[in-house]
Write a protein that binds this ligand. Structure first.
Ligand SMILES: Cc1cc2nc3c(=O)[nH]c(=O)nc-3n(C[C@H](O)[C@H](O)[C@H](O)COP(=O)(O)OP(=O)(O)OC[C@H]3O[C@@H](n4cnc5c(N)ncnc54)[C@H](O)[C@@H]3O)c2cc1C
Length: 456
């Protein structure tokens, strides 16, 4: 039960650290502990028919299991330092980009070949945006799509399963410092290792907080992003999505000077529920396969809030807003933009009469009863700004689903090797609060693996 390296969490961070370690040193004894199921056992019971809402599975198949939170995602690997995390602050911009490209190469070798790499380089849309005070961020984005993303994960598992011992459905209860490394405590037993990589993602945020407290690893509070998911006919954004696939656009509101940004754009995609610690929020994804595409495009509009003194719990603030929407709507609320600006709730008949068919069954309601005025004003202002570069965005029938909340883990204090104050205990991926995306989390996995290889 003794390993050279134990990895906690089989999301992209854990997978890519295991991949790099096994490729470069096949003699290492490596184990991966994962709270969720193996990839082929991951299935959310919501089918929209007999099961319409979250039934609170012990392990949420959307967030947990081999592939982590990204397994059923749109599989957008953004190669950029402009968003998706602050890994570059630890390892430098050049190296961060190189690692993201390295991850992209691996994804291509394991089933992603043929998928499209979009880029903002040289686009005239940047000028069009800036003429309307909208700022298009630079990025290359590989869109695997939910279907191909799954294929890549399945192939990576086939590669890893002969070289790594996987423990699925095995949440790590705690980690203790041992004489020559660490003890990994699970209900099935205790395992020891010289080096431990903790990569528990968003779903492991509370666990991570407790671990840091217990092991006296310093942490800092992080921000929370709150907003809505916008859904509109795909034609409205087609000139942007055809060229860039995803455009990250930032706008500073005139009224409060807050930054509002587009996030997670899904051309011809679907809006979906997301369950974070029992709270239902909204998200979106899309398929590479044209047969599975819809007639709508969706994206989030988010405003960042960061509390520090005397109130530090940014995530708690976001959770309270999401809980309020769950209380009023029994889950996600949907409202037509026209209803919102006229100060009236949407009803099922108004939604049914609209010239757009919602891709998510949500409760028609009034988002102004949920979102704080400052945030909602900013979102409305941004919708009018976007309407100038994508006319139709501010149409009455544009659908707003709420709330969308992007929670970030508190930032764990790690050094330039992503090693905590405890030697041999590394914290990577979204669980570290440093990354918030597939590409950054994966890159952080490769990076620590290379550092560990230097010392073993
Ligand atoms: C619906 C959805 C769509 C998304 N779409 C995109 C996208 O298109 N592009 C993008 O860049 N990002 C996207 N993201 C975000 C992306 O999935 C994450 O940034 C990424 O998965 C982070 O990787 P990670 O390895 O750090 O953590 P995770 O992927 O969260 O993996 C952590 C793993 O650790 C396990 N774990 C937690 N606690 C324990 C414990 N105590 N013991 C054992 N195991 C534990 C969890 O079960 C989980 O499987 C999306 C997220 C969601 C939810």
């Amino acid at each position: 039960m003794t390993y050279d390296v134990i990895i906690v969490g089989a999301g992209p961070g854990g997978i890519f650290s295991a991949y790099e370690l096994t490729q470069k040193n096949p003699d290492l004894h490596i184990a991966v502990f994962e709270a969720g199921h193996a990839l082929d056992k991951r299935k959310c019971p919501i089918n929209g028919d007999t099961v319409k809402t979250c039934v609170g599975c012990q392990s949420c198949s959307i967030m947990s299991g081999f592939g982590g939170a990204g397994a059923f995602s749109d599989g957008k690997y953004n190669i950029t330092n402009d968003f998706g995390g602050t890994l570059y602050e630890y390892i430098g911009k050049q190296q961060a980009l190189e690692l993201m490209r390295y991850v992209d190469d691996i994804n291509m070798r394991y089933g992603g070949k043929g998928t499209k790499l979009y880029s903002t380089a040289g686009t005239s849309l940047k000028k069009v945006c800036v003429q309307h005070d909208l700022h298009l961020l630079d990025a290359s984005v590989r869109h695997l799509g939910t279907d191909i993303n799954y294929v890549v994960l399945a192939n990576l598992y086939e590669e890893l399963k002969h070289r790594v011992t996987f423990f699925f459905d095995t949440p790590v209860q705690t980690i203790d410092v041992a004489a020559d490394g660490y003890e990994i405590v699970c209900s099935k037993g205790t395992y020891t290792c010289k080096t431990c990589i903790v990569s528990v993602g968003r779903s492991g945020s509370k666990w991570m907080e407790q671990l840091c407290e217990k092991l006296h690893i310093p942490t800092r509070s992080n921000r929370v992003d709150i907003g809505v998911r916008v859904e509109l006919p795909a034609e409205v954004f087609a000139h942007l999505t055809d060229e860039l696939y995803e455009s990250k656009i930032v706008y500073r509101t005139k009224e409060y000077g807050d930054k509002v940004r587009t996030f997670c754009m899904n051309p011809k995609g679907a809006v979906v529920n997301e369950n974070t610690n029992g709270i239902i929020t909204v998200n979106g994804h899309s398929y590479e396969d044209p047969a599975k595409q819809t007639e709508n495009t969706n994206f989030a509009l988010l405003v960042a809030k960061h509390f520090s003194e005397p109130f530090k719990d940014s995530n708690g603030y976001g959770e309270s807003i999401a809980r309020l929407s769950n209380m009023l709507g029994g889950g996600v609320i949907v409202q037509r933009f026209g209803d919102l600006i006229r100060g009236r709730r949407s009803t099922q008949s108004r939604i049914d009469e609209a010239f757009i068919t919602p891709t998510l069954k949500a409760t028609p309601g009034d988002l102004s009863l949920v979102l704080p005025k400052r945030l909602l004003d900013g979102i409305i202002e941004m919708i009018y700004a976007l309407d100038k570069v994508a006319p139709g965005t501010a149409n009455d029938d544009t659908l707003l689903y709420g709330v969308e909340v992007k929670f970030y883990n508190m930032e764990v204090d790690v050094d330039a090797h992503l090693e905590s104050c405890l030697k041999g205990l590394y914290v990577i991926g979204d669980g570290s609060g440093i990354t918030h995306s597939l590409s950054h989390a994966s890159a952080s996995g490769v990076y620590v693996a290379r550092n560990i290889l230097k010392t073993t």
